[in-house]
Design a protein around this ligand. Structure first.
Ligand code: SF4
Length: 885
């Protein structure tokens, strides 16, 4: 590593990969850090494309009030004054912060301290509520602390890895790559995937259980009873280390295999096989994620998983643990500083003892005395007018929360909304009275904690653009102006980290697992050099990688707890009017609401439009075909998206990605269709089970625009803007009377005299192109026959030419080359731009493995995120061997 190479951490998912950044010409080279224990040099497609997301397009660069640029003093004075005013007139619970797992631990710590210790309310909640609050509550019920017992190495050491409600191949790709490599290296390793959908993750599975949505607790209860019946329970462990096992076992007694299989809608033989494998495999890791957590009974589902691990004593042992995968880069850090409304800082709770202790450590004038409002309730309180001043940091609730339309209304009606963010144009920022420019990845300095409790540094390699400032600086500036200067006199993140570490050790005496005492004395240079470290930090006796290996738990009795679990169905049932179960989640190459990943063409090459994935049977019954547009509706809202056929989808269930927002599409904010029903303990919303109706959207016309300029001012009922390498693509559809106007055409194509045009009103067809000095600037294709529209790929490729040839000009309004060329098909490998058709041809010519495709086409040889899809293609396209007659 040369001196100019900087070590930092990926800002996306909870795997927390280490990254090396160095200068490359005018840009930045980003690659995996071979020495970081989380990824050992690997990166997924999102991490590998980080260097392409560093531009200042759409950046918020100056503080603004009411859309006018102001200086920092004015902005911070205004925020402090309005918050102080509301607190004085209506009390501290009339204000709130809504923060994010994108914040660094130091930012999170300062925001939490201001709200809970100085304002005197606990109305600070985080978007991590949406991804792992159920795991937090489940851990606390079972272990007495919110702690993941295992480490990533366990996934490689296990003989059985069970993935429940996790499409890790797309959501935690590097961890999935580690699992795939371990499975290749160890013939005895088995993988079971439990998920209603057959996802890319299931391609690795020895057994896939496509259970009925929401029935996970039935399955794990059935497993617990099977373990009891078949001698799989470790009675010695239970007697010594676990309380409540009698009640937990009694609650599942008599749950027969046929009853479990029927409840989960699974073949009995498959359920039996899973039970046998689990019972017979001491080294078992169960990975669980949003498919478990995002449920109105998410906490019980978590505890049904923890129950079977406790019953078998498989907790915190090498290759044997339950393992919650966190979604965000610093969801864990947020949990450590008390970013959730129902926690205090440093893993302390709202008990009188902890409130007093934290208050004393902070020298806080006004400690919150009880939990605040969780995310969904917080925004309900905004809507009801009970919250009169709201500060949103680094998140986009107008897209990501359930009932997103109601959230947008709540923001529109709130008397004072502050948004501190990196991006100027978000669905949330448009409601802000005050906009505060925050530092982005590469500009900010601090720590994050990944899913295996590993704290890593994010470091600065870019100057702060414009007047952007780190979040901790912004919050501390407001705190000082509210009269709390002494508590917020930080010189930098190292000061904050030390205080955070001291608080974790304060009057701890071994009573709280979360103890960063050994790091509390780091000076600025040592903090700067800090290597990735798991908590609790290693001692002479214990490397800190695993927790609870000795069977001692941080509960008053020292024992863990098993809980009797009575499975509950999802809160909302399908009915005649809403016959489909809507499931939402991430796709491989996008992150959250696309404010960063939407900036790179490479990450939109795989999937560019919002879509609904449906089983072929459902498509046939509802008269839909792949490529159609479909309208999804329920009482909460509606969405308009492209139809995709998915054989891995359960009949009756549909999947829509969570990412699209109003900057990229007309009606793709899927949060608008999610009812705000939550788990009663964790407050986590049920994002995986919303009844919806799906109907074909009978567009009168469809079309597309390709343009060097980002198309703006679009008012069609359906549109999606997709960034490409050389041009933008705008997909459009509308009804009779909504055909684009001359003004629209001029906006997209430039003045009329510069156009090559074809108009055929008789069939409802319009095609036009605009060239300047032989260089293509834009094309527009509109048609009442969608099937007459050409594939976009050839036209897109023309934007890479400096000048079109005569032959290319001749084919321009045909939308295809005059001489036939082979279409590469949908892009599968985004790193090397390899399409589905090219891959299929290579497979037909004999490339019979992922390695062979890599050798022939380079596909899958960079970040590896497309490997599950390559495997699926190989399975689908491989020519079966013929046997001699
Ligand atoms: Fe970033 Fe991908 Fe690693 Fe997640 S798996 S931390 S998104 S590089």
């Amino acid at each position: 590593m040369n001196a100019a190479t900087l070590r930092t951490t990926c800002p996306y998912c909870g795997v927390g990969c280490g990254i090396l950044v160095s200068r490359e010409g005018e840009g930045w080279n980003v690659r995996g850090d071979p020495e970081h224990p989380a990824n050992l040099g690997r990166l997924c497609s999102k991490g590998a494309a980080l260097g392409e997301t560093l531009g200042l397009e759409d950046r918020l660069l100056h503080p603004e009030i009411g859309g006018r640029q102001v200086n920092w003093d004015t902005a911070l004075d205004t925020v402090a004054r309005r918050f102080s005013q509301v607190i004085e007139e209506d009390g501290p619970d009339a204000v709130a912060f809504y923060v994010s797992g994108q914040l660094l631990t130091e930012d999170y710590y300062v925001a939490n301290k201001l709200m809970k210790g100085f304002i005197g309310s606990a109305n600070i909640d985080t978007n991590s509520r949406l991804c792992m609050a159920s795991a937090v509550a489940g851990h606390k019920r079972a272990f007495g602390a919110d702690a993941v017992p295992g480490c990533y190495e366990d996934i490689e050491l296990a003989d059985l890895v069970v993935l429940v409600g996790s499409n890790a191949a797309w959501t935690h790709p590097v961890l999935f790559q580690r699992l795939s490599a371990a499975k290749r290296a160890r013939a005895q390793m088995r993988v079971v995937v439990i998920d209603p959908r057959r996802t890319a993750t299931a391609e690795l599975a020895d057994l896939h259980l496509p259970l009925a949505p929401g029935t996970d607790a039935w399955l794990f209860n059935g497993l617990l009873d099977h373990l009891r019946r078949e001698g799989g329970v470790d009675w010695g462990y239970l007697e010594a280390h676990v309380a409540g096992f009698g009640e937990a076992l009694a609650a599942v007694e008599g749950l027969s295999l046929p009853a479990v299989a029927a409840a989960c809608d699974l073949p009995e033989a498959d359920v039996a096989r899973f039970f046998r494998w689990f019972a017979a495999t001491p080294r078992t890791v169960t990975l669980f994620s949003q498919g478990i957590n995002q449920s109105s009974s998410g906490v019980d589902k978590v505890n049904s998983i923890l129950n079977v691990h406790l019953a078998t004593g498989r907790v915190g042992r090498p290759g044997a643990s339950p393992f919650s995968l966190t979604g965000q880069p610093n969801a864990m850090g947020g949990r450590e500083v008390g970013g959730l409304a129902n926690q205090l800082a440093a893993h302390m709770d709202f008990t009188p003892e902890h409130i007093e202790r934290v208050g004393r450590h902070w020298n806080a004038p006004r400690m919150a005395q009880g939990p605040g409002l969780k995310a969904v309730d917080l925004f309900r309180a905004v809507r009801a007018g009970r919250i009169k001043a709201l500060w949103i940091m680094a998140t986009n609730p107008a897209v990501s929360l359930p009932e997103a339309d109601a959230v947008a209304e709540a923001l529109a009606g709130c008397p004072f909304v502050v948004v501190s963010d990196v991006t100027r144009r978000t669905d949330t920022a448009r409601h802000a009275h005050v906009l505060l420019p925050a530092a982005a990845w590469g500009e900010k300095d601090g720590t994050v904690t990944n899913s295996e409790r590993r704290i890593s540094r994010q470091r600065v390699f870019l100057p702060l653009p414009g007047e952007a400032r780190p979040d901790w600086w912004i919050v501390a500036g407001v705190a000082r102006r509210m009269g709390f200067g002494a508590g917020f006199d930080y010189r930098g993140p190292a000061d904050i980290f030390r205080e955070h570490a001291r608080l974790s050790a304060f009057e701890n005496g071994g009573t709280r697992l979360f103890d960063l005492g050994p790091l509390a004395g780091l000076d600025a240079a040592a903090y700067d050099r800090l290597e990735p470290v798991q908590w609790p930090p290693a001692t002479a006796e214990d490397d800190g990688a695993r927790l609870f290996a000795d069977g001692r738990y941080p509960t008053p009795t020292g024992k863990a707890h098993m809980l009797p679990i009575l499975p509950r169905p999802p809160a909302r049932r399908v009915d005649m009017a809403h016959p489909f179960v809507l499931n939402t989640g991430r796709i491989r190459d996008q992150w959250h609401t696309m404010t960063r990943t939407g900036k790179t063409a490479r990450l939109l090459a795989h999937i560019g439009e919002p879509y609904v994935e449906m089983h072929p049977h459902d498509l046939a019954v509802h008269g839909l075909s792949p490529g159609d547009l479909a309208r999804l509706t329920n009482a909460s809202g509606e969405a308009l998206v492209r139809v995709l056929e998915g054989t891995g989808q359960r009949p009756g269930s549909v999947f829509v990605p969570m990412h699209w927002n109003a900057q990229y599409t007309a009606r793709g904010r899927i949060g608008a269709l999610i009812d705000a029903v939550t788990d009663p303990l964790s407050g986590q919303p049920e994002f995986k089970h919303a009844p919806v109706a799906v109907a074909a959207y009978a567009a009168d016309w469809q079309g597309f625009v390709l343009s060097r300029q980002a198309p703006e001012g679009i008012d069609s009922p359906y549109w999606t803007r997709i960034r490409g390498h050389a041009c933008w693509r705008l997909e459009l559809a509308g009804n009779r009377g909504q055909w684009p106007t001359e003004e629209n055409l001029t906006h997209w194509l430039g003045e009329r005299q510069d156009r090559i045009e074809l108009r055929d009103p008789a069939v409802g067809r319009y095609r036009a192109a605009h060239l300047r000095d032989g260089r293509l600037q834009a094309v527009v294709f509109l048609d009442r026959q969608p099937n007459a529209l050409p594939p976009r790929r050839w036209l897109v490729s023309l934007f890479e030419r400096e000048r079109l040839s005569e032959a290319e000009r001749a084919g321009l309004l045909l939308g295809r080359p005059a001489q036939t060329e082979t279409d590469v098909g949908r892009i599968v490998c985004v790193c090397h731009g390899v399409g589905e058709q090219t891959l299929a041809t290579a497979i037909a010519r004999g490339a019979d493995s992922v390695e062979a495709l890599g050798l022939a086409l380079k596909a899958g040889t960079c970040c590896g995120s497309c490997i599950p899809e390559l495997r699926a293609l190989l399975a689908r396209e491989r020519v079966p061997e013929t046997t001699a007659a």
